[in-house]
Design a protein around this ligand. Structure first.
Ligand code: HEM
Length: 297
């Protein structure tokens, strides 16, 4: 990976040198190559550019893709939410000939936004943030506790998101909490991207990716868990009384633990004819089927 990234960067530097001009559309790589430290006036060396690029690739792929996978999973086990979000998307953007654009989606699909917020709260992709090391010396004092030098300190993002002091019914998946009165405050209490100086710099890009991908996917395709899946709207966790959530595996990000066993969905092209002709909010077969599975609970 290191070598591959380094080769790409060297190739770009060489191309620009030979052509004598930079690419028409300035991309992130060219921005790194051209950037100048305001204080020292120096440019990044190749090792630094490689390292920044790798950080972007690692930080920006699994995080966003896991967030989307968990969201789709949650929709498949909460069919009422699925039905509502699909209705919103398909009745707002019934023309499948036009892909849904981010700005339009973000302003018009308020329920989808609420679903994404709730999914990020319920199952944050980086549940314990990135660690910090207490520097050499005497350690630090934090809220009356002494933390020794060398210790790794993490923010427990998942725990913040399930704290009953700040969340009503924290263990329930309820996208509606991010709509209406008080929603703006609750959105500020979602720490999926961490907070402070080192807050995720890719958060706006992540929102754009997730919004664009989910809005278009959910409009154009129907999703359903296979019959043989160990999960579903009617597979209830006896401890919570809610649909069981597939087990996760925490590397740097949290993804499904048994991807080969649990990572399946039946995906079919959606039939939107009823939407574009009647636009009366009727739903497609797969969504109805998922709801009826839930009704049997
Ligand atoms: C849903 C998707 C994402 C989530 C949940 C997420 C979450 C996070 C979190 C929790 C951190 C740690 C912040 C801290 O140290 O306090 C972080 C850092 C970072 N993220 Fe994201 N991220 C996402 C998407 C992205 C994307 C799309 C990019 C860029 C392509 C990106 C680039 C980075 C980088 C470079 C850092 C390290 C920043 C630093 O060390 O100062 N992330 N992210």
């Amino acid at each position: 990976m290191n070598k591959f990234t380094r080769n790409l960067i060297e190739q770009r530097i060489q191309e620009v040198k030979e052509k004598g001009s930079k690419p028409e559309r300035k991309d992130i790589l060219q921005t790194f190559i051209d950037s100048i430290d305001e204080k020292t006036g120096s440019k990044m060396n190749i090792k630094e550019i490689v390292s920044e690029n790798m950080a972007l690739i690692f930080a920006g792929t699994d995080t966003a893709s896991n967030t989307m996978s968990w969201t789709l999973f949650l929709l498949m086990v909460y069919p009422e939410v699925y039905k509502k979000v699909v209705q919103e998307i398909r009745s707002t953007f019934p023309d499948q000939g036009q892909s849904i654009k981010y700005n339009e989606a973000r302003t018009k699909l308020s329920y989808l936004e609420a679903v994404i917020y709730e999914s990020m709260r319920y199952i944050p992709a980086v549940p314990s943030g990135l660690g910090r090391k207490v520097p050499k010396g005497n350690g630090i004092g934090l809220q009356g506790y002494k933390i020794p030098s060398g210790a790794d300190v993490y923010i427990f993002i998942h725990g913040i998101h399930r704290n009953p002091k700040y969340w009503d019914k924290p263990d329930k998946f309820i996208p509606e909490r991010f709509m209406g009165e008080g929603a703006a405050d609750r959105k500020r209490n979602v720490f999926t991207f961490s907070t402070g100086y080192r807050i995720c710099p890719g958060r706006n890009l992540a929102w754009a990716e997730i919004f664009l991908t989910l809005s278009n996917l959910l409009r154009d395709y129907d999703f359903e868990l296979p019959e043989e899946s160990q999960f579903g709207p009617n597979v209830i966790d006896p401890e919570t009384g809610d649909p069981q959530i597939m087990p996760g595996f925490l590397g740097l990000t949290l993804g499904p633990k048994y991807i080969k066993r649990d990572g399946w969905a039946i995906v079919k092209p959606a039939d939107l004819s009823s939407y574009s002709t009647t636009n009366n909010g009727s739903v497609s077969n797969a969504v109805e089927k998922a709801s009826s599975r839930a009704d049997k609970v």
